[in-house]
Ligand binder design. Structure first.
Ligand code: ADP
Length: 539
């Protein structure tokens, strides 16, 4: 029997129309070197219509890839709206990739058009002669460098067009946006989101059981718009009436603390590395004011307990941990303490990766694919599925990443009766010592609780007796000192004895990936090249 419900396709243009219609006066705020630029949802939406008309006049057709090479700013949001709503595919390029990777991705995606911020022209110019698919480059902001050859000025382009472009009715399953993984553990792979998946993901982000973005929120969007669509927040903003603060290149602790004080966001999204820097800067700022914030959302990497405690104890601020991947749009799990749980157990929940949001299913499996117990003890690989989880990669076969319709995440950990996921490692980072796993994530989180430690990353190194043992790479806070013996004694009181690293090294900074996560691939290479000064303690 057929249902009697209407079944109009779920299109991004509906999200935009809704935002423009209901929240016309809500603001998008872009931080610039000369102050803050304000635009309303209505204005942004109208400019996006003019951009779509201009792109069409330039020859953009359905399914064409239009890339962006931009900071988080209003113009980037205009492209976020215009490109998918007109039926083309928005490809958000990561501005921090090495030139070879960037050129590879542009060629692989067959991008035809690129919109670039003027400040990023020199970076894009490095690959201009390696990207033959790109026919037209549009520059936002004045650019007299000539580095990219013939380009079109963004403002001139849209100035010639009228608003009122009619968003076409598309197949909800058609491609809307594409993102490549940041390649932490291999070559970047493309994931293509549909209108439907984006719609459902945006709805999920408004649920109070997840991050609950709503009309009362003003969101400081630190996570780059090229890192999994800024975790979907740009589209959710139009759906929910959430205002956005776009920080562009001002991503260090000091300007962020100032932005929070002056622009008063209620929530902010970023990776833990950013929040560590914000904590550092806040301690040096006499006027710090976090009173506008209801929460900080941290994801993309495990959030150390000490960071959650510091924001809570010093500023009365909740951190919410989210878990996800490029492959999952990314919001898949959120860690909120369950209703009715004892307040003193709050932190026990917040340090976990989270519980799946409605629409996403999770299980853990062993190497053969046998589904394991959800008992909070048995360790396996997380597999997930759902309408905003990718079913394949763009243009590459990678059957190993999928099993019976589930995505194999490559994340290792436990799942408990309450549904909480705890991540102990990624498959590529695990430390297998004498046949047993040591969690690098937990060692790092514990080490960072030491007052002299700013950052700590733990990697596996070969060991004659145990096959692998942990090497602890420590960054000390400025002016602080600590010996490996002291640090090991600190760990000894908190983790199993056989986990305690014998090998230690002090480094100036943990190398970071293009999206600001610890880059263990680089640390491993440095170790194997003999570039790290390793101190070995007796076991
Ligand atoms: P890349 O795979 O290139 O690092 P992604 O941003 O897609 O790029 O990273 C996804 C990975 O980030 C996950 O597979 C997981 O290992 C890690 N991750 C994300 N959120 C968390 C979290 N809350 N705790 C631990 N790890 C996380």
């Amino acid at each position: 029997m057929q249902s009697t419900m209407q079944d109009a396709p779920l299109l991004i243009s509906d999200i935009i129309r809704h935002g423009e219609w209901l929240y016309a006066d809500k603001k998008i705020m872009t931080v610039t070197p000369d102050g803050v630029e304000y635009a309303t949802f209505y204005e942004v939406s109208k400019r996006a219509e003019r951009l779509a008309a201009a792109l069409e006049a330039l020859g953009v057709k359905r399914g064409d890839r239009v890339a962006t090479f931009m900071w988080n700013n209003q113009t980037h949001l205009e492209a976020y709206i215009a490109v998918p709503c007109m039926g083309a595919v928005l490809h958000t390029l990561n501005i921090r990739l090495f030139p070879e990777q960037l050129a590879y991705i542009i060629r692989h995606a067959e991008d035809k058009f690129i919109i670039v911020d003027n400040s990023l022209v020199p970076l894009l110019a490095k690959v201009r002669d390696q990207i033959p698919s790109v026919k037209t480059i549009i520059v936002h902001g004045p650019d007299e460098t000539g580095l990219l050859g013939d380009t079109i000025d963004y403002e001139t382009l849209i100035e010639d067009q009228e608003p009122g472009y009619e968003w076409p009715v598309l197949d909800e399953r058609s491609a809307a946006i594409m993102c490549y993984t940041s390649g932490t553990t291999g070559n970047p792979k493309g994931v293509v989101y549909s209108h439907r998946s984006t719609w459902l993901h945006s709805m999920a982000s408004t649920s109070a059981n997840s991050i609950g973005l709503c009309e009362k929120d003003r969101c400081l969007l630190i996570v780059p718009m090229f890192h999994v669509n800024a975790w979907g927040a740009a589209y959710t903003a139009f759906l929910a009436g959430t205002e956005l603060i776009m920080p562009q290149m001002f991503l260090q602790g000091e300007p962020i603390v100032k932005m929070i004080r002056e622009l008063r966001p209620t929530i902010s999204l970023g990776v833990p590395t950013i929040w560590n820097d914000v904590l550092r800067a806040a301690q040096l700022d006499d006027e710090v004011d976090f009173s506008s914030l209801r929460a900080l959302l941290a994801g993309g990497a495990a959030v150390p307990r000490v960071m959650i405690e510091a924001f809570r104890d010093k500023y009365g601020l909740d951190m919410i941990q989210g878990w996800g991947m490029t492959e999952t749009s990314p919001l898949a799990a959120v860690s909120l303490p369950p209703a009715g749980s004892a307040p003193e157990r709050d932190i026990e929940y917040r340090v976990k990766a989270g519980r799946v949001v409605a629409g996403v299913e999770v299980r853990i499996t062993d190497e053969d694919g046998t589904v394991l117990e959800r008992d909070g003890v048995t360790v396996g690989e997380f597999e997930i599925r759902g309408p905003w989880i990718t079913g394949s990669y763009f243009g590459v076969e990678d059957d190993e990443k999928f099993r019976d319709g589930w995505l194999r995440t490559g994340d290792i950990g436990t799942l408990d009766q309450e549904g909480f996921m705890v991540i102990s490692d990624r498959t590529k980072d695990v430390i297998k010592s004498g046949g047993e796993w040591i969690s690098s994530v937990e060692l790092e989180s514990t080490m960072m609780a030491h007052p002299a430690v700013f950052e700590a990353a733990v990697i596996a190194v070969p060991d004659e007796k145990w096959q692998e043992r942990p090497l602890c790479c420590v960054v000390l806070r400025p002016g602080e000192s600590a010996t490996p013996e002291e640090l090991r004694a600190f760990l000894a009181a908190r983790v199993a004895k056989w986990w305690l690293p014998e090998r230690w090294t002090f480094i100036d900074a943990v190398p970071k990936t293009s999206v600001g996560k610890f880059d263990k691939k680089v640390l491993r290479a440095q170790y194997h090249e003999g570039e790290l000064d390793v101190i070995e303690l007796r076991p």
